[in-house]
Design a protein around this ligand. Structure first.
Ligand SMILES: *[C@@H]1O[C@H](CO)[C@@H](O)[C@H](O)[C@H]1NC(C)=O
Ligand SMILES: *[C@@H]1O[C@H](CO)[C@@H](O)[C@H](O)[C@H]1NC(C)=O
Ligand SMILES: *[C@@H]1O[C@H](CO)[C@@H](O)[C@H](O)[C@H]1NC(C)=O
Length: 271
């Protein structure tokens, strides 16, 4: 996993580089989202605090749902800053708050999901509280990026509940409507750039492809992702028309995942 994610990130800096400065001159990172970006907000009872999570980086479990780094760590590294501290550790002193803050909780969504943890709205409210406590100033926000990774768990909850494939397009539309409102809210609070992660090919997740004994990714699963990403793209374009400098950025992890899997396809066992 560490290797796979790493190769995805080799391509990523290109997406962000505007000014030709490493990290684009951004100095703070704020995360909102799920396990793709959570770096330890789950309590000690969370599975992310058990092995094999964390065995490659940093060598022991730290609350990340990965054996290594997660997206937050790579983006922070590209920005040339330390990974922002999880909200849970915010009382640890001013010094550790210098790089932004991570409000992401594994398993969460734009709406409520199967996991009882703060949804996107609540995560933004936590950010609002942190700003009111003056842990970060308006000036800090001018050089900040928000990284948003949400929606995957909303689909899991939708499909696990009574959601049908027929009414899925309507669900996607309402999901992205809420997501866009939330992203506008984050920008309205002063954050300079808001990067939203598209969703990965859901049909290639082992949990999904196991249902058909793995030989191929689920076509239905992937079409859910493609549809979501198309609507997201339109929504990002629309949001950018409302702002002077392109504030919103879609991070195309669908293509990144596909490319990484393709490069491995002649090496079975290396996945
Ligand atoms: C998010 O969670 C809060 C608190 O539990 C709840 O009041 C709110 O309705 C939820 N928002 C959405 C969009 O699901
Ligand atoms: C699904 O539908 C059934 C019957 O209409 C209802 O009893 C149940 O609460 C629903 N489940 C969810 C998760 O909405
Ligand atoms: C998997 O995909 C390959 C190539 O498209 C196809 O030939 C094969 O029949 C598929 N296998 C299953 C079980 O769907």
């Amino acid at each position: 996993m560490e290797k796979l994610i790493f190769s995805l990130f080799l391509a990523l800096p290109l997406i962000f580089t505007e000014a030709h400065v490493p990290g684009g001159g951004f100095t703070k990172l704020f995360d909102f989202g799920d396990s793709y970006v959570d770096t330890g907000n789950g309590g000690r009872q969370a599975t992310s605090w058990k092995k094999p999570y964390g065995i490659i980086f940093p060598g022991k479990p730290t609350g990340r749902y990965s054996d290594g780094r997660v997206f937050t760590d790579y983006i922070a590294s590209w920005m040339g800053i330390r990974s922002p501290i999880p909200y849970r550790w915010r009382k640890m002193g001013k010094k550790v708050q210098g790089h932004g803050m991570n409000f992401a909780y594994g398993g969460t969504g734009v709406f409520d999901t199967l996991v009882k943890a703060p949804n996107m709205t609540t995560q933004i409210n936590l950010f609002q509280q942190v700003l009111e406590e003056k842990l970060h100033t308006k000036r800090d926000l001018k050089s900040s990026i928000a990284l948003v990774s949400l929606a995957g768990n909303d689909y899991a909850a939708y499909l696990a509940g009574n959601g049908t494939i027929q009414s899925l397009p309507a669900f996607t539309t309402s999901l992205i409507r809420q997501l866009s409102l939330n992203m506008k809210h984050i920008h309205g609070m002063g954050v300079r750039k808001v990067a939203i992660m598209a969703i990965q090919p859901l049909g290639c997740l082992p949990q999904v492809s196991a249902l058909t004994s793995y030989p191929n990714c689920s076509v239905t699963g992937n079409s859910i992702s493609k549809f979501h990403n198309q609507i997201l793209e339109k929504s990002v374009q629309k949001l950018n028309k409302e702002t002077k400098d392109s504030v919103y950025i879609k991070v195309d992890i669908y293509s990144a995942f596909t490319a990484a899997m393709k490069s491995q396809e002649h090496h079975p066992g290396a996945h």
